[in-house]
Design a binder for this molecule. Structure first.
Ligand SMILES: Nc1nc2c(ncn2[C@@H]2O[C@H](COP(=O)(O)OP(=O)(O)OP(=O)(O)O)[C@@H](O)[C@H]2O)c(=O)[nH]1
Length: 472
């Protein structure tokens, strides 16, 4: 997710400022310009960025800061507060209550992920013991009802819709009435996706809202919408009483800054974010931990929540008891590894720890430039992994050795399954001789021995089987 890059850029700007011996107005301006650039590149609306910059300058009056105060901390806190302010409209959204009927209507642009999000929202509450139900009032897109029906059936959530009826208002009303009678406590109405320019569809959305009288209207927004986010969100807000925002596709390559702008446009908080296509890839959104993670300041409460989520509460005392008795078995190790895997993408988990931005891990892991691993990074890895810096350096040496070998293999065509002869043609003795350590090549019998060996490998059925099946 590119928002992580935004966090990385902001953290770097603060870090650079921290490196300066004296923090004067020039240094502060440079830092703020850097942050402004990063926010604009991430598609945050220009006016919001400009306001933020002015506010920080107002708060951080360098002359007023008494000597001895930690200026960096004050500036970092001001940036943190401003980002939080941008994402927090200051009033919480309506929160449905379990056991008491609430109608929640979903609106948004076409393809924003509305239908998927409706089911995720229902599923999330169902897991917590609610009785949700889904109503498909999208008569505009062919296949919308089928999609909702499929999702709802998979999650075992009751649904209502029609293949025949073309009036969304009628369907919405019937669905809501029916589920009220069935004592559902969360009735979710999915509406058709629309565009700011489509006046008729906006009118239809308004009518559905008037007829079903939702307790909450949720605006679903794709995180990749970019600079258009503010205007689009604003147009929705003018037609219906948007009370909350859900940002989808936060797992993708979206810049995500539009999400920040949408909050400002609707003056409504983000309540959840969608992080994948699956039903449970859905997270509650909290402003402070989010900004904290964005700035690499960590999120301890989120980290502890994850731990509680993956190690069931009832198993925790038992586990502690076993460990305190010195009873560390292979099964415990296996289960703990499984639990760690359940915590989700490792980058996401690490971003909850202070000093880690989720951008850092992929950058380091996916870079083929060993120079990126400078001394301070290696020191950090050594500290974090409880290893000696020497061991990290050895690992990097090993990485460089392997990278060199692989660079010699450049141009090697990887055969498809069932094309072993292509592999033997490509992976000729010349290539192999470059890869093998000289000692080993000598033992095999030099170039001649290697050619022989490769011929044997090529004709051996077992070897081909091992390598993915041979030509028939
Ligand atoms: N990666 C990812 N994909 C998502 C997420 N949420 C939804 N999608 C995908 O986005 C696509 C569009 O989602 P829909 O739910 O059909 O969108 P919609 O807004 O209901 O579409 P309309 O009915 O045309 O308005 C689907 O392929 C979803 O699987 C998410 O959080 N992450």
């Amino acid at each position: 997710m590119v928002l992580a890059q935004l966090g990385g850029s902001i953290s770097r700007a603060i870090q650079q400022m921290s490196n300066a011996t004296i923090i004067d107005e020039k240094v502060l301006n440079e830092c703020l310009n850097e942050i402004t650039r990063a926010l604009l590149q991430s598609d945050v609306q220009f006016k919001l960025v400009r306001d933020m910059q002015t506010n920080i300058k107002k708060i951080v009056n360098l002359e007023d800061l008494a000597a001895g105060h930690n200026k960096r901390k004050i500036i970092q806190q001001a940036i943190f507060n401003e980002l939080c302010k941008m994402l927090d409209p200051g009033k919480p959204s309506f929160t449905p209550k379990k056991g008491k009927t609430s109608v929640v209507m979903f609106v948004g642009l076409q393809g924003s992920g509305k239908t998927t999000t409706c089911t995720k929202y229902a599923y999330y509450h169902q897991k917590k013991g609610w009785k949700p139900a889904l109503v498909c009032a999208d008569t505009f897109r062919a296949g919308a009802f089928d999609q909702l029906k499929q999702n709802a059936t998979k999650a075992k959530i009751p649904f209502y819709g029609s293949y025949m009826e073309s009036d969304p208002v009628k369907i919405a009303m019937e669905g809501v009435e029916r589920f009220k009678k069935e004592n559902c406590d969360l009735i979710i109405v999915d509406t058709s996706g629309r565009h700011k320019q489509e006046a008729a569809l906006f009118e239809e959305m308004r009518q559905v809202s008037e007829a079903t009288k939702p307790d909450l209207v949720v605006f679903v927004m794709d995180s990749s919408i970019g600079q258009a986010a503010f205007d689009q969100a604003h147009a929705f807000k003018q037609s219906v009483a948007v009370g909350a925002v859900i940002v989808t596709k936060m797992d993708g390559h979206a810049k995500g800054g539009g999400a920040l702008s949408a909050v400002a446009a609707t003056k409504s908080p983000v309540i959840f974010i969608g992080t994948g296509e699956h039903m449970d890839e859905f997270e509650v959104f909290d402003v402070k931990p989010f900004v904290s993670r964005l700035l690499g300041m960590g999120d301890w409460s989120g980290f502890m929540d994850k731990i509680h989520e993956v190690v069931p509460m009832d198993q925790q005392p038992e586990l502690l008891q076993k460990l305190s008795e010195g009873n560390f078995t292979l099964r415990i190790m296996y289960e703990q590894f499984q639990n760690i895997l359940k915590m989700g993408p490792i980058g996401q988990v690490f971003s909850m720890l202070p000093g880690f931005s989720s951008e850092l891990m992929p950058k380091e892991l996916d870079s083929s430039n060993p120079k990126l691993m400078n001394e301070s990074r290696m020191m950090r890895i050594a500290r974090g992994s409880g290893r000696h810096i020497r061991e990290v350096m050895e690992m990097m040496e090993e990485y460089k050795r392997l990278a060199k070998i692989w660079s010699k293999m450049k141009g090697l065509k990887i055969p498809k399954k069932g094309e072993m002869s292509a592999l033997s043609r490509n992976m000729n003795a010349q290539h192999m001789s470059k890869v093998l350590p000289p000692q080993m090549l000598k033992q095999i019998g030099g170039m001649g021995g290697l050619q022989n060996l490769m011929k044997q490998m090529g004709s051996s059925k077992d070897m081909m089987g091992m390598l993915g099946g041979g030509d028939k």
